[in-house]
Design a protein around this ligand. Structure first.
Ligand SMILES: [Zn+2]
Length: 303
């Protein structure tokens, strides 16, 4: 009798052990930039998945069923926010049927709330005009100073959801910040002479990079974020490139390159492709990704 009771209690206690104590926290990030930060800060206590690939435009990701499946198992969803994923995440989130990661719950972290956004409109933006940045610019992970804030916010949320591993999350956040700070000093030194230089970007994705490095983005090949260029706008951009003696036309590899190359050729500028996101699938870290961005930028700007 006693034996049976103790067996029963034993099996009950096994059942009552919270999932967190034994299993890893399941973290799903919409974009690879957030995923690489979460992977470093989460360490062995978190299993991190990225929905978008580094080679995909994060504004436009196919809402495929396997992405909803990943979300269905998540304890924490990290999204960029500011409307970046508005075209594809809501469908997936509904499809996930996971109450833990819906907006407003502890498992939902809108990372745009962690940083100071640029280009936040003061009046409502008419989306019929096609502007895909209606809530401010979402491309903030090109600024390592803002990435510091992201790491702190992500670390805190991981610790809240998985309190038994709090010390580990905080220790790894600290070491992430130390590594990032040292790298930032190196990147800033490498690009110090680029300060004041003028560039043109294909998409309006570089204001945070420009803000950080003191570079000026004088024009965009897209007339509005998300709107492909038309001939009259291309002529205007070319004129601007010549008048401002622009050094480089910069874009992510997932945008069509023909127009940017044409403008670069005619204006005597360098055409430069930079990665739009770290290669999460190949275990690239944020620092290795930015090493690449900074090296490419330095070469193109001749510094
Ligand atoms: Zn954008």
């Amino acid at each position: 009798m006693f034996q049976k009771l103790s067996l029963l209690l034993l099996s009950l206690s096994v059942l009552l052990v919270p999932l967190r104590a034994s299993a890893k926290l399941e973290v799903v990030a919409t974009t690879p930039d957030l995923a690489v930060i979460a992977r470093d800060v989460g360490g062995p206590d978190a299993h991190v998945v990225a929905l978008a690939l580094a080679t995909q435009d994060p504004h436009f990701v196919d809402a495929k069923p396997h992405l909803a499946l990943a979300l269905s198992k998540a304890n924490l969803l990290l999204l960029t926010g500011a409307g970046l994923e508005v075209g594809w995440l809501p469908t997936l989130l509904t499809g996930s049927r996971n109450a833990d990661i819906q907006p407003g719950s502890a498992g939902y972290l809108d990372c745009s709330s962690l940083v100071q956004l640029l280009q936040v409109p003061t009046a409502p933006v008419d989306r019929s005009q096609g502007d895909i940045h209606p809530q401010g610019n979402p491309h903030f992970s090109y600024d390592p100073r803002r990435v510091e804030a992201l790491a702190v916010g992500i670390g805190k949320r991981l610790a809240e959801l998985d309190a038994s591993h709090k010390a580990g999350y905080f220790a790894r956040t600290k070491s992430f910040l130390e590594g990032l700070h040292a790298a930032r000093i190196r990147w800033e030194a490498r690009l110090a002479k680029a300060r004041g230089q003028k560039i043109i970007a294909y998409h309006d994705s570089l204001p945070y990079l420009a803000d950080w490095l003191g570079i000026e983005v004088v024009e965009h090949v897209e007339p509005k974020p998300g709107i492909p260029p038309n001939p009259s706008h291309i002529a205007h951009v070319l004129e601007r490139a010549r008048a401002d003696k622009v050094r480089a036309i910069v874009q992510q590899a997932y945008y069509p390159s023909g127009t940017s190359k044409l403008i670069a050729d005619k204006a005597g500028a360098t055409f430069l492709q930079i990665p739009g996101n770290p290669d999460f699938a190949q275990n690239q870290t944020y620092n290795a990704y930015m090493d690449d961005v900074v090296a490419k930028l330095a070469r193109a700007l001749g510094v």
